[in-house]
Design a binder for this molecule. Structure first.
Ligand code: CDP
Length: 804
């Protein structure tokens, strides 16, 4: 007979499991300056690296003179491509099947490209030595426009590929062409568009921008020559993949490489790829025998590490007169910069852009993407989005607005008319995806009601009249968006990176006293994994979340996983966590039944214990079971309580949302202010509503930045015009408006706890909401399409060009 215990609801609340607004356990150390970032690491004898970077976007290197730098006291070494070549490390493979120079090999292809690596006793000496290195450049013609790059007489950028017309993703048809990727039915789409009642056509540009995490990229490489072990601490979003790639590139056996991602100050896709700084630091540590630290400064990060977007999207959308969409055609010119270093699953050179039919039941569609080389930095990463999904969502949400104008129809009504209906799920799109679940109409109705949509439209019409009468210079824009994301890469049958299947993992050990440690193949960069993954486990195992340590990021201890980006942690590693928790519970059930001297089937789970059916006073708690597993194992059953799960999801998850932005615009100055921003997200089962709200606030703020000012801009000779935070827009509290968040819950049918990812939804939905608000303010005066970012000058220009 057990003692009286608290009632079920009280015990469940004490677990702080699924659905609990558990406070972030990480924040105690972050708010007290106790975080442990790469640049906090100080190892004995550590040296510091810095790069000589190219001032030119395209130039031949005639000579490099490092004598003066080498003579500077405190300088230990200067590496150039010539030093790396004998090791085969002057070039490295990219994630996209291309190769990239580690240090400039004969020529440079973008401004900021790494030319030489200086290693010195302190960071300042390294920077001084960089200034002393003389590089003799011969300037070459520059091409920054992806359309001009495809002209017959365009300069050959990649001389290493000249004559090689077979790329990693099929044939290349021009010296600056990378690949063509086609999806859908071209012929059928041409037919539908050719015979449609109405066709709207537009070029939608999603400008080049940059993830710009607060902490830049960096590493500390440490080669222990005595035991042959290489340890690299770094800002890695995918530590295991980095270990495998490092082993393949360096020839060091994988078990002798330890990759550790400590605390990471934001990633947003910027920290997925492998950068020359990592390779050079490793080589320098091997050569010098001491640890070498390399941490970029802000300008290095903005100019040279992975960019995002830069997609020119030509679209045609066909519909009947009453607004039923019948077909979608899209051609993308994708500017990949100097090397194809996009971080996409191998079979998807344009990521998941083929989700561009969005939330709509579009029966026929065709997509072609052409990747092109230009004299810009490489990258093409998923900046807080799942592999080009934000480009796709922006494209379709702009095309819907353009079509609404052509039809003379309200854009909210046009969306509703074309939604995939609840009973069509699972839904197979014309471009090949199977959407797992969705219920769009109730979410849309809720959003429109929450903002008072009909009244807003009336107010807007009155404002237009007042503007025409000269009584106001302020316009009102209502930015509508309904988006569907695709997150959780992914099923191994579809998704791999360099041949590594995109599963993920969790390993759990329950200690004798009933607390636990769980290790995962993912790595948090601020998303709060230590808080939320413990909540999943609490609900699955009955161990309070406060008694569970979550550990990620150390390849010597964590099970193999593909890391964190593309909102994949919850759909994949979260599922692995639930499955490993279930294995623990299955063994716990056997132990409980044994201890209670009943058959396994005669006990049932009750929050944190197994209870004998029909005898609620007879039970064993998880705490008791854990202890018993260490000293009183069932005969023939292994002692201990541990489990591991490698989870290969059967499908992606498809979160969705309805975002509405109400914006005031001053036609005289181009200044904007956000009057209202409403964000409804449906990410299935909600693990921690407070963390979800935080994700939405952060993501919408990044969307605000991208839509309203953030840009990596180049001049015609390839100079980066926005290489510092003076020019690259990062919103502060001053520009950030209030957000109203809301939700519906449509669980994923295949995820063990029904959860979908959420981290990137607010960026995917936020950008078109802000941009559509700008467009909508000028729509009554004839504006159809204007390119982002909508900074004050560009908005003023719209007003000016419309004669306002
Ligand atoms: O992969 P990443 O961590 O960037 O994105 P995510 O899987 O969408 O998760 C972001 C954060 O939101 C994590 O702390 C998740 O556990 C949490 N989340 C949640 O509480 N409920 C969901 N349905 C989805 C995510």
């Amino acid at each position: 007979m057990n003692e009286m215990s608290p009632p079920t609801a009280e015990r469940a609340a004490a677990l702080k499991g699924l659905g609990s607004e558990r406070k972030r356990v990480e924040d105690a150390r972050f708010t007290q300056g106790k975080g442990n970032y790469v640049d906090d690491l100080k190892l004995p004898g550590m040296l510091f690296g810095d790069f000589v970077r190219s001032p030119y976007a395209h130039a031949r290197i005639k000579s490099i003179d490092a004598e003066a730098a080498k003579a500077l006291p405190g300088v230990v070494a200067v590496l150039t491509a010539e030093d790396l070549a004998p090791l085969g490390l002057h070039w490295m493979p990219t994630l996209a099947g291309d190769k990239q120079m580690v240090l400039a090999d004969g020529k440079v292809l973008f401004q900021g490209q790494e030319v030489a690596f200086v290693v010195a006793e302190d960071r300042y000496i390294a920077a001084d030595a960089v200034e002393l290195i003389e590089v003799d450049y011969e300037e070459l013609p520059v091409v920054t426009d992806p359309f001009k790059a495809q002209a017959d007489d365009a300069p050959v950028l990649r001389e290493d590929l000249d004559g090689n017309m077979e790329g990693a993703h099929g044939p290349r048809r021009h010296h600056n062409h990378i690949f063509t990727w086609e999806q859908g039915d071209k012929e059928a789409t041409d037919t539908v568009i050719g015979s449609a009642d109405v066709v709207a056509e537009e070029m939608i540009y999603y400008h080049r921008t940059h993830p710009c995490p607060l902490e830049t990229c960096g590493c500390v490489a440490s080669m222990d020559k005595v035991n042959g072990k290489l340890t690299v601490h770094g800002t890695f979003q995918a530590p295991h993949a980095v270990r495998t790639v490092a082993s393949l590139i360096s020839g060091i056996a994988e078990h002798n490489i330890r990759i550790i991602s400590p605390d990471i100050g934001g990633g947003f896709g910027n920290k997925v790829g492998v950068y020359p700084g990592y390779i050079c630091s490793i080589v320098a540590s091997i050569v010098t025998g001491v640890p070498v630290k390399w941490v970029e400064d802000r300008m290095d990060n903005l100019m040279a590490t992975a960019f995002a977007r830069d997609y020119w999207m030509q679209g045609k959308i066909a519909a009947t007169k009453d607004g039923k969409i019948t077909g979608l055609w899209c051609h993308v010119t994708a500017d990949h910069g100097a090397f194809d270093a996009c971080a996409d699953p191998t079979k998807f050179p344009a990521g998941f852009f083929n989700i561009c039919t969005g939330s709509y039941d579009i029966p026929t569609a065709y997509l072609a993407v052409d990747g092109v080389y230009t004299n810009k930095a490489p990258g093409g990463v998923a900046y807080r989005c799942s592999f080009r999904v934000t480009e796709a969502a922006y494209f379709i949400e702009r095309m819907i607005e353009v079509l609404a104008i052509k039809l003379g129809m309200d854009a909210a009504e046009l969306r509703a008319k074309n939604f995939i209906k609840a009973d069509q799920f699972p839904y197979r799109s014309a471009l090949g995806w199977e959407y797992d679940s969705g219920n769009y109409q109730p979410a849309w109705d809720k959003a429109l009601k929450a903002v008072g949509y009909d009244d807003l439209r009336k107010e807007q019409a009155e404002r237009v009249e007042a503007f025409k009468r000269g009584e106001t210079r302020k316009l009102l824009g209502i930015g509508l968006t309904f988006f569907t994301e695709i997150v959780g890469a992914g099923p191994v049958k579809n998704c791999d990176i360099l041949g590594l299947g995109m599963f993920d993992s969790c390993e759990i050990r329950i200690h004798p006293t009933g607390s636990a440690i769980a290790r995962l193949g993912t790595i948090s960069q601020g998303q709060g994994h230590a808080t939320t993954f413990a909540q999943i486990l609490a609900s699955e195992t009955g161990i309070p979340a406060d008694d569970i340590t979550i550990e990620e990021g150390d390849t010597d201890t964590a099970p193999y996983g593909l890391g964190t980006y593309g909102s994949r942690s919850t759909p994949v590693a979260g599922a692995a966590t639930a499955m490993a928790g279930r294995k623990i519970r299955a063994k716990a059930q056997m132990i409980a039944a044994y201890l209670l001297e009943v058959h396994d089937d005669d006990v049932e789970w009750d929050v944190d214990r197994f209870v004998v059916k029909g005898a609620p006073e007879r039970f064993k708690t998880m705490k008791e079971i854990a202890f018993a597993s260490y000293n009183q194992a069932i005969p023939g059953v292994e002692p201990g309580l541990e489990a591991v799960s490698y989870y290969d999801p059967p499908n992606m998850t498809y979160p969705f949302g309805a975002y509405i932005c109400v914006m005031e615009i001053d036609a005289d100055t181009g200044e904007w202010s956000i009057r209202q921003f409403y964000a409804l997200d449906d990410c299935g089962t909600r693990i921690n509503p407070m963390i979800i709200e935080g994700q939405v606030h952060g993501g919408v703020t990044e969307a605000l930045a991208i839509a309203m000012g953030q840009e990596i801009a180049y001049d015609e000779i390839g100079n980066v015009k926005t290489g510092t935070l003076m020019d690259f827009f990062i919103p502060t509290a001053w520009e950030t408006p209030h957000y109203t968040t809301d939700h519906t819950v449509t669980p994923s049918p295949h995820h063990p706890i029904g959860a979908k990812g959420v981290g990137e939804s607010p960026n995917v939905g936020g950008v078109p909401a802000f941009s559509n608000a700008v467009h909508d303010a000028f729509r009554p005066f004839g504006l159809v399409q204007a390119h982002m970012p909508h900074d004050h000058w560009r908005i003023w220009k719209i007003a000016h060009d419309l004669g306002l």
